[in-house]
Design a protein around this ligand. Structure first.
Ligand code: PLP
Length: 386
């Protein structure tokens, strides 16, 4: 059966068996390695989507695969009723990397945001949230309340909805944070909203405004974490230590894992039983996360993200465009074209891209991508946009 037939077959079977919440592209992926994936026909694609900013160390990195294999032979899951060492080693590593004090493990970005919202409510005794316009924090009921697009929220009201203010607007934040605010929640660079980079002072101002009102600052680093922006974490661009930080996506090299990190003074308000997750911090995902962090460090991927990202943005700036935005290898290209069509044309030419809206392409390749691969993606985009 040909690759196209297999794609058609998958589409039909998926439509008959899976809840239809996703808009999928006609591509059936069977294998991945480094910055590349292959379809059922053996056709190769340069993957500048990377599982939506998940595969920072590339697909099936040998060290991550080895860590998963050897851990799977020893212990996969036991629950949090007992001690296991990998999750402790990982918390120690995350503390060193972020400057935060304690970790709580979960299984996704939205869950890490849920944990953060609960902790902020517990720590302040307040329920209000302030979030940014164009924000995305996930689709569980708590996280959804802080996610901007009203078409995501509207069908699920009533929610505990945030007060939304324009991103990167200090005065608007000042006007919104009050005695009912438990936390201000912000992405250090907005991802789903179209790759928006704030001015360096914005997050510092957000922390001061929150603290002056007795509220907390939550930085959602689900997408910006682990080298994506050319620093280990997006917060480093502004030198801000938040009260709570959320992580997921790239954390475990492609396995589902999330973490909420908190400052000691905040985390100590959580009592035993206040929050939990059956799978959180399991031995297998924690081993994958430890290996992922090791790869990022040993292969110098943070620096690589900074350098390749700067080169990519500069080359994209030579193509027809409205704006090039981003930090490191988290890049947005706003164009006067229908990006749905650009994504489809690029896929035909063997390049996977993502668009966050009609006019914005988001490029978030694996940080292991080569300069030649970056150049060839720019060339393909040049052919399409030109
Ligand atoms: C900043 C941010 N927070 C939270 C989420 C939700 O993560 P998940 O899809 O793992 O629940 C995302 C997902 O794109 C995100 O970009």
């Amino acid at each position: 059966m040909s690759g196209q037939d297999r794609t058609d077959e998958m589409k039909a079977r998926e439509e008959a068996s899976i809840v239809q919440t996703y808009t999928r592209q006609p591509l059936f992926i069977v294998r991945g390695s480094g910055a590349r994936v292959w379809d059922g026909n053996g056709k190769e694609y340069l993957d500048f989507v990377a599982g939506i900013a998940v595969n920072n160390v590339g697909h099936c990195h040998p060290l991550v695969v080895e860590a998963i294999k050897s851990q799977a032979e020893k212990l996969i899951h036991t629950s949090n009723l007992y001690y296991t060492e990998n999750q402790i080693l990982l918390a120690e590593e995350l503390k060193r990397l972020t400057g935060m004090d304690r970790a709580f493990y979960c299984n996704s970005g939205a869950e890490s945001v849920e944990a953060a919202i609960k902790l902020a409510r517990r720590a302040t005794g307040r329920s209000g949230l302030v979030a940014a316009e164009a924000s995305f924090h996930g689709r569980t009921l708590g996280a959804l309340g802080a996610t901007y697009k009203s078409m995501y929220r509207e069908p699920f009201r009533p929610l505990n909805e945030a007060c939304f203010v324009p991103y990167n607007d200090v005065e608007a934040l000042k006007g919104a944070v009050d005695q009912n605010t438990s936390a201000v929640i912000l992405e250090p660079v907005q991802g789903e909203g179209g790759v928006h980079v704030p001015s360096p002072d914005y997050l510092r101002a957000a922390r001061d405004i929150s603290h002056d009102a007795g509220a907390l600052l939550i930085l959602d680093e689900v997408q910006t974490g682990f080298g994506r922006t050319g620093k280990w974490f997006g917060k480093e661009h502004s030198g801000v230590l938040p009260d709570i930080m959320t992580l997921a996506k790239a954390l475990a090299g492609g396995l589902p894992m999330g973490a909420m990190l908190a400052a000691e003074s905040v985390s100590e308000v959580f009592q035993r039983g206040d929050h939990a997750s059956t799978f959180g911090g399991g031995a297998l995902v924690s081993a994958a996360a430890l290996a992922t962090i090791r790869v990022i460090r040993e292969e110098g991927l943070v620096k690589r993200s900074e350098e390749l990202g700067a080169g990519l943005r500069s080359e994209l700036g030579k193509l027809p465009h409205r704006e090039v935005r981003g930090l490191g290898l988290m890049v947005g290209l706003e164009v006067d074209a229908d990006c749905g069509q650009v994504v489809a044309a690029a896929r035909e030419k063997g390049v996977l891209l993502n668009n966050t809206s009609q006019n914005v392409l988001r490029l978030v390749p694996p940080l292991v991508v080569s300069r030649e691969d970056v150049d060839s993606v720019v060339k393909v985009l040049g052919e399409i946009l030109g």
